[in-house]
Design a protein around this ligand. Structure first.
Ligand SMILES: Nc1ncnc2c1ncn2[C@@H]1O[C@H](COP(=O)(O)OP(=O)(O)OP(=O)(O)O)[C@@H](O)[C@H]1O
Ligand SMILES: [Mg+2]
Length: 141
């Protein structure tokens, strides 16, 4: 069975409440795939999800990296930005399977190459932008 929530996330000042709703919805599922066009707000939401999990890390690093690791009181969070990735093989070379099996939170921007490697349930988040409006739809399979 698939469960679903839909949120209007156009007001970025309410981002902490959106992040809370998403974490409540996800319950124990820790794998999140973010599908959205460039600039839709994936990173902004992921940073807030980390804040809500109690992470005190700073997220201001301007350097692009494929994997960012953050700490939170109950463990680690991995934030992947796969935008520049060219193949699933590159992901395997990064040791992705270990991360997927680790039961840590994993947040993926541009998740197309990881899809085929996921066998457990995951939260899929789609953000669509229409003018100044942003809509989010999350589902768990
Ligand atoms: N929910 C929101 N409502 C309004 N503005 C937002 C929202 N989320 C993010 N923004 C604004 O949109 C811009 C892009 O946000 P962000 O970098 O999070 O997007 P992204 O999807 O991660 O982009 P990329 O595809 O480059 O990784 C930022 O200026 C941010 O302030
Ligand atoms: Mg981003």
């Amino acid at each position: 069975m698939t469960s679903l929530i839909e949120l209007n996330i156009s007001d970025v000042e309410k981002i902490s409440s959106f992040a809370k709703s998403i974490l409540d919805f996800a319950k124990d599922t820790k794998l999140f795939l973010f599908y959205a066009p460039m600039g839709a707000g994936k990173t902004t939401l992921i940073k807030e999800l980390c804040n809500q999990l109690g992470s005190k890390n700073h997220f201001s690093s301007p350097t692009y990296s494929i994997i960012n690791e953050y700490e939170y009181p109950r463990g680690k969070i991995y934030h992947f930005d796969l935008y520049r990735l060219k193949s699933e093989e590159e992901l395997l070379d990064l040791g992705i399977e270990e991360h997927l099996d680790s039961n840590n939170y994993c947040f993926f921007e541009w998740p197309e190459f990881v899809e085929g490697l996921i066998s457990s349930s995951c939260v899929k988040i789609e953000i669509t932008v229409n003018g100044n409006n942003r809509y989010l739809r999350a589902s768990i399979n």
